[in-house]
Structure formats: C-alpha cells, structure tokens
Write a protein that binds this ligand. Sequence first.
Ligand code: GTP
Ligand code: MG
Length: 369
Amino acid sequence: MKIKKIEASSLQEAVEEVKKIYGKDAMILSSKVIKKNIIPFLPFLRRSVLEITVGIPDEEDFAKELQKQEGIYDEINKLKETVREVMDMVKTKESASVTIEENEFSLRAMNLINKLINKGVEKEVAKKIVEDACGYDYEIGRLDLKNDSFESLKEGLNQNINILKDLLEEDDNFKIIAFVGPTGVGKTTTLAKIAHILRRRGKKIGVITLDSFRVGAVEQLKAFLNIMELPLRVSDTPQKFREHIGELSSLDVILVDTAGRSQYDIIRLQELHAFLHRVPAMDIYLTLNANLQEKAMYETIEKFSMFSPKGFIFTKLDETVYPGSIINVSFRTKLPILCLTTGQRVPDDIMMATYEGLAQLIIGENHEG
Ligand SMILES: Nc1nc2c(ncn2[C@@H]2O[C@H](COP(=O)(O)OP(=O)(O)OP(=O)(O)O)[C@@H](O)[C@H]2O)c(=O)[nH]1
Ligand SMILES: [Mg+2]
C-alpha cells in the first residue's frame, strides 16, 4: 500500500478529492488540523487546513485481499458441508455405531460407514469397504472419500465384492445353468425370470426339472414356461437327466430347476448331488433368501459347498430392510453374485449384479451426482 498526504479545507472535500485522484479503493487513514503560512515568508499570516493521510492499495494488496476472501469462502463451504454431514449422521438411526473418537475417518466417510452398518453390513466389513474408497487427507489428518458417497461406495464394493458379469456377456458356448438352494427361496421363479432374459437376448433355451416329487412343481414350471413355449423335461433319475441333456444339447442354454433341499437334510442333498456332479459345462448357482439370518446363510453355504457353486443368487430383496447381510456373506466367502431378485413378478423383478445396483440397494438412489 502506498501512503500519500493531501490537504483539504474539510473532511467532505477530502473524501471527494481522494476518490477523484486515487479511486474508490483508496482509504483515508487519518486526518489532522495543521497551520499553514498563507504567504511562505510571512509567518504571522496563517490559516488552518486539514492534512489527510491516504492509503492507496496497490495491485498486489488487492490480489492478496481477494485470495483471503476466497479462502474464507472455502472455509465456509467446508464448514457447511461438515454441518450437513453431522446433521445427516444425527438423522441416521443408530449413528453411534462408529464414533469420532474411535476412528481415523473424515465425517463423510464415517457417515457412509454408518449408513452401511444401519443396513446390516458388519462394522468391520463396512470400514474395509469405505477405507478402500478413501485417500489420506493431510489437511484434516484423516481418511476421506475420494469421491461422493455413492461413487465411493461403488468403488469400495468393487474392491471387496465379486460379481459375475451378465450371463450373456461371458461367452457363446453351450451352457447348463442349475439352481440349487433351500426350499421356497425362489429358485423356480428366478429360473423363469432368467429364461425370459435369455430369450429376449435371442438364446435358444430348454428347461429340465429334477423336482418331480413335490406336488404342483412341474405345473408351476409349465405355467411360467408355456408363455415362452420352451421345451421342458422332467428327470427323475440321474440317468434320465443325462439323457435329457443330450436331447437338448443343440440349444444354447439349458436351465435346470431342482427341488429345494434343507441344509440339514444331508441325505436329500446327496441325492441331488448324484444328479449334478460331473455334468460337463454346468454352472451351479446357490440361491439364497436375502432375509435369511446370516448364521443360517453360512450354514447353508457350508452344506451346499458340495456342489461347488459358481456364485450366489440372492432373492426377496424387496422383503428385507437389511440387505447388508448379502454384502457380509459375499465379502467373507468371496463367492461372486450373479443376480438379485426383488419381487414375485416374472420376468420384471430381477437385476443382474452390478456395483451400481448394489450401491443403490444399500444407500438408495444416487442423490449426490
Ligand atoms: N417377495 C418376493 N417373493 C419371491 C421372490 N422370488 C420368489 N418369490 C416367491 O417365493 C415363493 C417361492 O418361490 P419358488 O420359486 O416356488 O421357490 P423355490 O425355491 O422354487 O421353492 P421350492 O421349489 O419349493 O424349493 C413364491 O411365492 C414366489 O412368488 C422375490 O424376489 N421376492
Ligand atoms: Mg421350485
């Protein structure tokens, strides 16, 4: 800032003068009354004038000021964001699951962890998923999300949960797809939904059911499939099953429905195993009700491991408020997810697993971006 002195007869005049000469950014720093000789060599002839000290900001000062102001706006915006996050956290029920003291995450990262926990994701799993979507922010000295919550969740899921690419993106080879799982989880309904999807994509499909003893099982399948006029075979022995596969092997895909088996009924599980083992080109998917208690899910997975399932199908997500359990189970077992079903309607209520879909399922629509 440059300092100048000017003289004026009144403050009013000084203000106008300063504006005129130095512009509107100039400031009057001080003023004082001084006595001046009217004629230099006649000291007894004096009058009073105002001496004004003016500060004139130079370009550099202006830039600094601007920078300071921008800094303040940044601070305000950060503060606003923090307040919003704190409010979100307060709104989120059971928000005390992860507290400020106990962890090394930023507020918004903690907020995301808590959202996951509230949806049934285990605390350790939630922390790992979020941690993998974070970078260290030196300014706040904590781990912070690299992106908005939704994108970060997608990223974290991507690093921790396996999904199977859409059935048809894999290859064009002949495939047999079998659905196994406990009773009533939705195997037959899901088979029908997948049959529709495959058909819509131009695949030639046949269906074989191994469920010949439950009353109405074959009728139920027929009802689903008749609309599509798909060939259907009912195999009541492993021998028949192999014959039926032979008959339908000129098609693109054979879908195999099985009778539900309790994970506690080892004999029936082994019976089913006798049908399915050593069948070439067969992928077996374990169908699990997303509402099942997690402990029961692990028991089921253990008992059905004899089928070496290629992945999970999770059903009835429309009936659960805690979809987090499917994340826990997939995280712990590393078995990939093929698809998720979200209602009884055939063929609509199904979605192939994507990270976007999983993120939506857990924290809702992407509101941030
Ligand atoms: N809400 C809801 N219901 C479903 C879903 N999938 C299937 N269901 C219903 O669950 C019930 C059982 O479905 P099925 O497809 O017969 O189950 P399953 O596993 O074949 O049963 P079993 O053959 O007896 O072992 C039916 O009433 C279906 O409509 C889903 O995603 N959401
Ligand atoms: Mg069935």
